[in-house]
Design a protein around this ligand. Sequence first.
Ligand code: C5P
Length: 344
Amino acid sequence: MASSRLKYLSLGVLVFQTTSLVLTMRYSRTLQAEGPRYLASSAVVVAEVMKILTCVLLVFKEHSYSMRALNSILRQEIAHKPIETLKLAIPSGIYTLQNNLLYVALSNLDAATYQVTYQLKILTTALFSVSMLGRRLGVYQWLSLLILMAGVALVQWPSESAPAPEKEALSTGSQFVGVTAVLVACCSSGFAGVYFEKILKESKQSVWVRNIQLGMFGLVFGLFGMLAYDGERVKESGMFQDSLIWRIGLPRRPRSCLCPSVSVCLLFLQALGGLVIAAVIKYADNILKGFATSLSIILSTLISYFWLQDFDPTGVFFLGAILVIVATFLYGYESKPSPNPSRA
Ligand code: C5P
């Protein structure tokens, strides 16, 4: 069946994209002492523009490469339906808020607490899927989600041989701020994903048109964010801080600067992520997305061990990996859940 093929294809591409993104990020860390020279806030803007342009191309392809059809679909579905378009401002605004909350959380928590606590989003996503989409999960499926959460938490548990990150001792106050930020981000992740799923599955509209609408708001919020956080630096040295794209193809690069091909690769993978997540939400669902990203955490860690040799797998890691795999099979085990009204 075509829809089942698209479901597994999109999930497979998500595993590939997430694994490649994590590996490229790790690899970029081994290349340089400093962080990338470009601004994170301008990278968000570039990624949104790339996502919108790719989605426009996909809509163009969907309409047999007719400029006239593309023009009319964009006008009819986006410009002439402001209420429908505005609906996408909600997940887009929430995702922007979420990205900022995660930044607050990372600045106030150690990486392990952050990663482990953020896995609660697996449960919030399931709860929102049940309450907003009327999805019904069997006992085995709830159990498998709990096992998945525990498994991912263990996989990300720091090994004792890993050097302790040099970080000032975190006060109880900042721990509280960090944990609160992660918990709110877990709720926002579940809600925004399921809200987007509801919009996609309740209308016949193309997923790429929906993604253009989402990306337009993402771009506006991203531009505001860039001006608010880095307005002065952008005014001084431009959006790309004299790096990134401008350096592509230049034979010389300063030693402290992230290799242009790696930074461009990171940008592409991030933009691809937005597209693949949209496809996964459309053809599979948010809960299966959680399984795909959990499997790619294991995959990227293992590849990292063989390739970058910056990780020593411990017994805890293997226990976590086994739990994730068991959870994945257990979720599929009860293969006939009650009919799902949200699925067309
Ligand atoms: O952690 P979580 O899975 O909720 O993160 C989803 C991420 O995917 C967010 O950063 C959001 O900006 C991005 N996204 C996207 N395009 C979509 C859906 C999500 O870029 N259509």
